[in-house]
Write a protein that binds this ligand. Structure first.
Ligand SMILES: Nc1ncnc2c1ncn2[C@@H]1O[C@H](COP(=O)(O)OP(=O)(O)O)[C@@H](O)[C@H]1O
Ligand SMILES: [Mg+2]
Length: 291
Protein backbone atom coordinates (compact mmCIF):
# COMPACT_ATOMS: atom_id res chain seq x y z
CA UNK A 1 0.00 0.00 0.00
CA UNK A 2 1.18 3.50 -0.63
CA UNK A 3 0.31 6.78 0.93
CA UNK A 4 -1.71 8.72 -1.56
CA UNK A 5 0.65 11.31 -2.93
CA UNK A 6 -1.03 14.67 -2.84
CA UNK A 7 2.06 16.60 -3.75
CA UNK A 8 0.54 17.46 -7.14
CA UNK A 9 -0.09 21.02 -8.11
CA UNK A 10 -3.85 20.62 -8.07
CA UNK A 11 -5.97 21.10 -11.13
CA UNK A 12 -5.12 24.52 -12.60
CA UNK A 13 -8.66 24.82 -13.98
CA UNK A 14 -9.98 24.72 -10.43
CA UNK A 15 -12.29 21.85 -11.38
CA UNK A 16 -13.03 19.41 -8.60
CA UNK A 17 -11.29 16.09 -9.14
CA UNK A 18 -13.38 12.94 -9.15
CA UNK A 19 -12.95 10.66 -6.15
CA UNK A 20 -10.19 8.26 -7.14
CA UNK A 21 -11.22 4.62 -7.05
CA UNK A 22 -11.02 1.41 -9.01
CA UNK A 23 -8.74 -1.57 -9.19
CA UNK A 24 -5.28 -1.03 -7.84
CA UNK A 25 -6.25 1.98 -5.76
CA UNK A 26 -6.03 1.31 -2.02
CA UNK A 27 -9.35 1.61 -0.23
CA UNK A 28 -9.37 4.70 1.93
CA UNK A 29 -12.19 6.55 3.59
CA UNK A 30 -12.18 8.93 0.63
CA UNK A 31 -12.97 6.09 -1.74
CA UNK A 32 -16.05 5.25 0.30
CA UNK A 33 -17.26 8.65 1.46
CA UNK A 34 -17.65 11.84 -0.56
CA UNK A 35 -15.28 14.67 0.29
CA UNK A 36 -16.89 17.27 2.50
CA UNK A 37 -13.98 19.67 2.20
CA UNK A 38 -11.80 19.77 -0.87
CA UNK A 39 -8.78 22.09 -1.00
CA UNK A 40 -7.19 22.52 -4.40
CA UNK A 41 -3.78 23.98 -5.18
CA UNK A 42 -3.60 26.34 -2.19
CA UNK A 43 -0.80 28.86 -2.06
CA UNK A 44 -0.31 31.15 0.87
CA UNK A 45 2.61 33.32 1.94
CA UNK A 46 3.13 35.75 4.79
CA UNK A 47 5.65 38.13 3.23
CA UNK A 48 8.64 36.01 2.26
CA UNK A 49 7.40 33.08 4.36
CA UNK A 50 5.74 30.63 1.94
CA UNK A 51 3.43 28.50 4.06
CA UNK A 52 1.63 26.54 1.30
CA UNK A 53 2.77 26.08 -2.24
CA UNK A 54 0.22 24.08 -4.20
CA UNK A 55 -1.32 22.23 -1.25
CA UNK A 56 -4.27 19.98 -2.09
CA UNK A 57 -6.19 17.74 0.30
CA UNK A 58 -9.65 16.36 0.88
CA UNK A 59 -11.58 15.61 4.05
CA UNK A 60 -14.21 12.89 3.99
CA UNK A 61 -17.82 13.47 4.99
CA UNK A 62 -18.61 12.26 8.50
CA UNK A 63 -15.03 11.10 9.11
CA UNK A 64 -12.44 12.02 11.71
CA UNK A 65 -9.47 13.45 9.84
CA UNK A 66 -6.30 14.38 11.69
CA UNK A 67 -3.86 16.95 10.33
CA UNK A 68 -0.32 16.27 11.47
CA UNK A 69 2.98 17.96 10.68
CA UNK A 70 5.89 19.75 12.27
CA UNK A 71 5.41 22.86 14.34
CA UNK A 72 5.01 25.83 11.99
CA UNK A 73 4.09 23.64 8.99
CA UNK A 74 0.71 25.33 8.66
CA UNK A 75 -1.75 23.05 10.49
CA UNK A 76 -3.60 25.85 12.26
CA UNK A 77 -3.45 27.93 9.09
CA UNK A 78 -5.21 25.15 7.16
CA UNK A 79 -8.01 25.10 9.74
CA UNK A 80 -8.39 28.88 9.45
CA UNK A 81 -8.60 28.59 5.66
CA UNK A 82 -11.35 25.96 5.95
CA UNK A 83 -13.23 28.20 8.39
CA UNK A 84 -12.91 31.04 5.88
CA UNK A 85 -11.21 33.16 8.55
CA UNK A 86 -8.33 33.79 6.15
CA UNK A 87 -8.05 33.42 2.38
CA UNK A 88 -5.33 31.81 0.27
CA UNK A 89 -3.35 33.78 -2.30
CA UNK A 90 -4.30 31.15 -4.90
CA UNK A 91 -6.41 28.00 -4.96
CA UNK A 92 -9.94 26.94 -4.17
CA UNK A 93 -11.64 25.39 -1.18
CA UNK A 94 -14.92 23.60 -1.72
CA UNK A 95 -17.16 22.84 1.22
CA UNK A 96 -19.95 20.67 -0.11
CA UNK A 97 -20.95 22.39 -3.33
CA UNK A 98 -19.86 25.84 -2.20
CA UNK A 99 -16.52 27.43 -3.10
CA UNK A 100 -15.55 29.54 -0.11
CA UNK A 101 -12.38 31.44 -1.03
CA UNK A 102 -14.13 34.02 -3.18
CA UNK A 103 -16.94 34.77 -0.74
CA UNK A 104 -17.46 38.32 0.46
CA UNK A 105 -17.30 38.67 4.26
CA UNK A 106 -21.12 38.92 4.57
CA UNK A 107 -21.44 35.47 2.98
CA UNK A 108 -18.48 34.11 4.94
CA UNK A 109 -20.29 35.04 8.16
CA UNK A 110 -23.30 32.98 7.10
CA UNK A 111 -21.02 30.14 6.01
CA UNK A 112 -19.24 30.07 9.39
CA UNK A 113 -22.52 29.17 11.10
CA UNK A 114 -22.06 25.74 9.54
CA UNK A 115 -18.70 25.34 11.25
CA UNK A 116 -17.93 24.61 14.90
CA UNK A 117 -14.50 25.71 16.06
CA UNK A 118 -12.45 24.68 19.01
CA UNK A 119 -9.13 26.41 18.59
CA UNK A 120 -6.02 26.26 20.73
CA UNK A 121 -6.45 29.72 22.10
CA UNK A 122 -10.25 29.50 21.86
CA UNK A 123 -10.35 29.52 25.59
CA UNK A 124 -13.48 29.96 27.61
CA UNK A 125 -14.33 33.40 28.91
CA UNK A 126 -13.17 33.21 32.49
CA UNK A 127 -15.52 35.84 33.87
CA UNK A 128 -18.60 34.07 32.52
CA UNK A 129 -20.21 30.99 34.01
CA UNK A 130 -19.94 27.69 32.16
CA UNK A 131 -23.61 27.98 31.18
CA UNK A 132 -23.14 31.47 29.72
CA UNK A 133 -20.01 30.39 27.83
CA UNK A 134 -21.90 27.61 26.07
CA UNK A 135 -25.04 29.71 25.52
CA UNK A 136 -23.03 32.53 23.94
CA UNK A 137 -23.07 31.32 20.29
CA UNK A 138 -26.84 30.79 20.53
CA UNK A 139 -27.35 34.31 21.88
CA UNK A 140 -25.15 35.74 19.12
CA UNK A 141 -26.35 33.67 16.17
CA UNK A 142 -29.96 32.67 16.85
CA UNK A 143 -33.23 34.11 18.11
CA UNK A 144 -34.02 31.28 20.47
CA UNK A 145 -35.97 32.06 23.63
CA UNK A 146 -34.31 31.82 27.04
CA UNK A 147 -36.09 28.50 27.68
CA UNK A 148 -34.95 27.07 24.33
CA UNK A 149 -31.38 28.18 25.01
CA UNK A 150 -31.48 26.47 28.39
CA UNK A 151 -32.73 23.25 26.80
CA UNK A 152 -30.07 23.31 24.09
CA UNK A 153 -27.24 24.01 26.54
CA UNK A 154 -28.34 21.20 28.84
CA UNK A 155 -28.62 18.81 25.89
CA UNK A 156 -25.04 19.63 24.94
CA UNK A 157 -23.85 19.25 28.55
CA UNK A 158 -25.41 15.80 28.59
CA UNK A 159 -23.76 14.94 25.26
CA UNK A 160 -20.31 15.74 26.65
CA UNK A 161 -20.95 14.18 30.05
CA UNK A 162 -21.27 17.32 32.15
CA UNK A 163 -23.79 17.72 34.96
CA UNK A 164 -24.52 20.48 37.47
CA UNK A 165 -21.88 22.81 36.07
CA UNK A 166 -24.11 25.75 35.05
CA UNK A 167 -22.98 28.16 37.70
CA UNK A 168 -19.31 27.21 37.87
CA UNK A 169 -16.63 29.47 36.46
CA UNK A 170 -14.14 27.97 33.96
CA UNK A 171 -11.34 28.51 36.49
CA UNK A 172 -13.03 26.04 38.83
CA UNK A 173 -12.82 23.18 36.31
CA UNK A 174 -10.13 20.59 35.60
CA UNK A 175 -8.37 20.61 32.20
CA UNK A 176 -10.51 17.71 30.95
CA UNK A 177 -13.73 19.38 32.04
CA UNK A 178 -12.72 22.64 30.37
CA UNK A 179 -12.25 20.71 27.12
CA UNK A 180 -15.74 19.25 27.53
CA UNK A 181 -17.21 22.72 28.01
CA UNK A 182 -15.30 24.05 25.00
CA UNK A 183 -16.55 21.09 22.96
CA UNK A 184 -20.14 21.73 24.09
CA UNK A 185 -19.76 25.35 23.00
CA UNK A 186 -18.32 24.35 19.60
CA UNK A 187 -21.20 21.90 19.02
CA UNK A 188 -24.04 24.07 20.37
CA UNK A 189 -25.07 25.40 16.97
CA UNK A 190 -25.07 21.84 15.55
CA UNK A 191 -22.37 22.43 12.97
CA UNK A 192 -21.83 20.15 10.00
CA UNK A 193 -18.05 20.47 10.35
CA UNK A 194 -16.11 20.64 13.60
CA UNK A 195 -12.59 22.09 13.42
CA UNK A 196 -10.44 21.37 16.46
CA UNK A 197 -6.90 22.60 17.02
CA UNK A 198 -4.83 20.36 19.31
CA UNK A 199 -7.63 19.02 21.52
CA UNK A 200 -5.23 17.05 23.69
CA UNK A 201 -2.63 19.66 24.54
CA UNK A 202 -2.20 20.08 28.27
CA UNK A 203 -4.19 16.96 29.15
CA UNK A 204 -2.93 14.00 31.17
CA UNK A 205 -3.01 10.58 29.41
CA UNK A 206 -6.29 9.53 31.01
CA UNK A 207 -8.01 12.80 30.10
CA UNK A 208 -6.71 12.32 26.54
CA UNK A 209 -8.50 8.97 26.32
CA UNK A 210 -11.68 10.46 27.78
CA UNK A 211 -11.71 13.31 25.24
CA UNK A 212 -10.97 10.83 22.43
CA UNK A 213 -14.00 8.74 23.46
CA UNK A 214 -16.08 11.89 23.57
CA UNK A 215 -15.06 12.89 20.06
CA UNK A 216 -15.79 9.39 18.71
CA UNK A 217 -19.16 9.41 20.42
CA UNK A 218 -20.03 12.88 19.08
CA UNK A 219 -19.16 11.86 15.56
CA UNK A 220 -21.22 8.67 15.93
CA UNK A 221 -24.29 10.47 17.22
CA UNK A 222 -24.21 13.59 15.05
CA UNK A 223 -22.39 12.50 11.88
CA UNK A 224 -20.35 15.71 12.10
CA UNK A 225 -17.26 15.87 9.90
CA UNK A 226 -14.32 16.35 12.26
CA UNK A 227 -11.03 17.87 11.23
CA UNK A 228 -8.53 17.84 14.06
CA UNK A 229 -5.01 19.17 14.29
CA UNK A 230 -3.45 16.54 16.45
CA UNK A 231 0.25 16.44 17.15
CA UNK A 232 -0.29 13.47 19.47
CA UNK A 233 0.62 10.64 17.06
CA UNK A 234 -0.56 7.66 19.19
CA UNK A 235 -3.88 9.43 19.66
CA UNK A 236 -4.11 10.14 15.93
CA UNK A 237 -3.53 6.45 15.25
CA UNK A 238 -6.37 5.53 17.61
CA UNK A 239 -9.07 7.86 16.34
CA UNK A 240 -8.32 8.97 12.76
CA UNK A 241 -10.17 7.63 9.73
CA UNK A 242 -7.81 9.68 7.61
CA UNK A 243 -4.48 11.42 8.19
CA UNK A 244 -3.36 14.53 6.33
CA UNK A 245 0.36 15.10 6.81
CA UNK A 246 1.62 18.56 5.93
CA UNK A 247 5.19 18.44 4.72
CA UNK A 248 7.20 20.61 2.35
CA UNK A 249 4.31 23.10 2.00
CA UNK A 250 2.03 20.37 0.60
CA UNK A 251 0.31 17.27 1.93
CA UNK A 252 0.44 13.50 1.95
CA UNK A 253 -2.78 11.75 2.96
CA UNK A 254 -3.92 8.25 3.71
CA UNK A 255 -5.59 5.98 6.20
CA UNK A 256 -3.84 5.13 9.47
CA UNK A 257 -2.81 1.78 8.00
CA UNK A 258 -1.40 3.40 4.88
CA UNK A 259 0.58 5.87 6.94
CA UNK A 260 1.92 3.15 9.21
CA UNK A 261 3.03 1.09 6.22
CA UNK A 262 4.35 4.03 4.23
CA UNK A 263 7.92 3.90 3.11
CA UNK A 264 8.08 7.65 2.52
CA UNK A 265 10.99 8.68 4.74
CA UNK A 266 9.30 11.88 5.85
CA UNK A 267 6.23 9.98 7.03
CA UNK A 268 8.46 7.34 8.66
CA UNK A 269 10.55 9.97 10.42
CA UNK A 270 7.45 11.64 11.82
CA UNK A 271 5.75 8.45 12.96
CA UNK A 272 8.90 6.79 14.29
CA UNK A 273 9.81 9.87 16.30
CA UNK A 274 6.59 9.38 18.27
CA UNK A 275 7.26 5.69 18.94
CA UNK A 276 9.08 4.36 21.96
CA UNK A 277 12.62 3.26 21.26
CA UNK A 278 15.54 4.51 19.25
CA UNK A 279 15.26 6.33 15.97
CA UNK A 280 17.94 6.53 13.36
CA UNK A 281 19.16 10.15 13.54
CA UNK A 282 20.32 10.03 9.91
CA UNK A 283 16.72 10.16 8.80
CA UNK A 284 16.49 13.71 10.10
CA UNK A 285 19.56 14.88 8.26
CA UNK A 286 18.73 17.33 5.52
CA UNK A 287 15.08 17.30 6.57
CA UNK A 288 15.11 20.47 8.63
CA UNK A 289 13.82 22.64 5.83
CA UNK A 290 10.92 20.28 5.25
CA UNK A 291 10.11 18.84 8.61
N1 LIG B 1 -0.95 35.90 11.08
C1 LIG B 1 0.26 35.50 10.69
N2 LIG B 1 1.17 36.39 10.25
C2 LIG B 1 2.40 35.99 9.83
N3 LIG B 1 2.80 34.71 9.81
C3 LIG B 1 1.94 33.78 10.25
C4 LIG B 1 0.62 34.11 10.71
N4 LIG B 1 -0.01 32.98 11.07
C5 LIG B 1 0.86 31.98 10.85
N5 LIG B 1 2.01 32.45 10.36
C6 LIG B 1 3.20 31.64 9.98
O1 LIG B 1 2.72 30.60 9.15
C7 LIG B 1 3.40 29.39 9.43
C8 LIG B 1 2.40 28.32 9.82
O2 LIG B 1 1.83 28.65 11.08
P1 LIG B 1 0.78 27.71 11.82
O3 LIG B 1 -0.32 27.40 10.90
O4 LIG B 1 0.43 28.38 13.10
O5 LIG B 1 1.65 26.38 12.08
P2 LIG B 1 1.30 25.10 12.98
O6 LIG B 1 -0.10 25.21 13.45
O7 LIG B 1 1.54 23.92 12.07
O8 LIG B 1 2.31 25.10 14.09
C9 LIG B 1 4.42 29.71 10.51
O9 LIG B 1 5.65 29.96 9.86
C10 LIG B 1 3.88 30.96 11.14
O10 LIG B 1 4.91 31.75 11.66
MG1 LIG C 1 -0.92 25.34 15.35
Amino acid sequence: MTVRDRLGEGDPTGARPATPSGPGTPATILDEEPAHVDALGLRLAYGANKVFDGLSCRFAQGAISCIIGASGSGKSTLLKLIACLIKPDFGDIWVGDQEITCMPESQAMVFRRRIGMLFQAGALLDSMTVFENVALPLREKTRLTEKEIEEEVHLQFEAVGLDKVDKLLPGELSGGMRKRVALARAMITRPEILLVDEPFSGLDPIAVRVVEALLLDLRERTGVTMILVNHDIPSTMRIADQIVFIVGRRTLSGSVEEMQQSEDRRVRAFIDAASPGEIDPSVWQGQESEL
